[in-house]
Design a protein around this ligand. Structure first.
Ligand SMILES: NC(=O)c1ccc[n+]([C@@H]2O[C@H](COP(=O)([O-])OP(=O)(O)OC[C@H]3O[C@@H](n4cnc5c(N)ncnc54)[C@H](O)[C@@H]3O)[C@@H](O)[C@H]2O)c1
Length: 257
């Protein structure tokens, strides 16, 4: 590995779903891509599909590991231009049934993970004088709590919006732009798990729940990972150079604000 003339993008949670598609999209658009995931094998599988991509395991809940990964990327490629904090988890259950352990784990991955990874990326960008981009994956559930069986997730994602604004404000003097995307009902492995959970909790079946979600979406289909990845690519590129601190809804109209 050696320094590159390409812009360098790092994606967390890139081994599946939305993160994998963001890695593919940025790879297609000429970035050198570092795919990371707590599941290193999944990350390696996605990286193998992309011409100039590398992979490594990264658990975003570990701040030292975030710093070590940032140092490794800078050592190997000389820079980080785009950091996409996309890793996230969900588990559907009634508010009254959520255990302290589940609440903590949700915040550790969805909120602290974005905090730790964003700190590590921002420190490197500042040190190297790079006017980079940090893009966080929030959710439609970061803007409204009218979402069943996801109270801990909703709280963790609302926090991502506030954090995105704080990061954007503090990093603006360094020329670093920070935004988040707020997807809706995206067809990914996370969604498959949620369809099964919600069906059970409603005494229904996954296909009926899927229909409910599509009916709730004015553009009348499930969202695809590509729908999200293209907006992330826009936020990574030069067309968005005067946007910072925003939470861009990408949800087919399922929630309008
Ligand atoms: N699918 C949806 O409908 C939807 C909607 C809105 C927001 N989101 C958000 O989009 C992001 C991606 O979701 P997805 O649907 O692609 O889910 P997914 O489950 O398909 O992929 C998530 C990836 O994150 C990884 N991951 C989990 N914990 C991690 C950790 N501690 N460190 C590093 N990686 C970790 C997983 O291994 C997995 O590869 C998440 O932040 C999710 O909350 C998803």
């Amino acid at each position: 590995m050696s320094e590159t003339t390409k812009p360098v993008a790092v994606i967390t949670g890139g081994g599946s779903g939305i993160g994998a598609e963001i890695a593919r999209e940025l790879g297609t658009r000429g970035y050198l891509v570092m795919v990371t995931d707590i599941n290193g094998e999944a990350a390696a599988k996605i990286a193998a599909e992309i011409p100039d991509a590398h992979a490594t395991s990264l658990d975003v809940t570990n701040p030292e590991a975030c710093t070590a990964l940032v140092n490794k990327v800078v050592e190997n490629f000389g820079r980080i231009d785009v950091w996409v904090s996309n890793a996230g988890i969900s588990k559907m259950q009634k508010f009254i049934d959520i255990s302290p352990e589940d609440l903590r784990r949700t915040f550790e991955v969805n909120t602290y993970g974005i905090f730790f990874a964003g700190q590590a990326a921002a420190r490197a960008m500042i040190e190297l004088g790079i006017k980079g981009r940090i893009i966080n994956t929030a959710s439609m559930a970061a803007k409204q709590g009218r979402v069943p069986f996801l109270a801990d997730y909703v709280a963790s994602k609302f926090a991502v919006l506030g954090l995105t604004q704080s990061m954007a404000f503090e990093l603006a003097p360094h020329g670093i732009l920070v935004n988040c995307v707020c997807p809706g009902f995206v067809a990914t492995p996370m969604q498959d798990r949620e369809l099964a959970w919600e069906a059970k909790l409603r005494g229904s079946d996954p296909e009926s729940v899927k229909k409910l979600w599509i009916n709730d979406t004015p553009l009348a289909r499930l969202e695809t990972p590509e729908d999200v990845a293209r907006v992330v690519a826009f936020l990574a590129g030069s067309d968005s150079s005067f946007i910072t601190g925003e939470a861009i809804s990408v949800n087919g109209g399922a929630y309008m604000d």
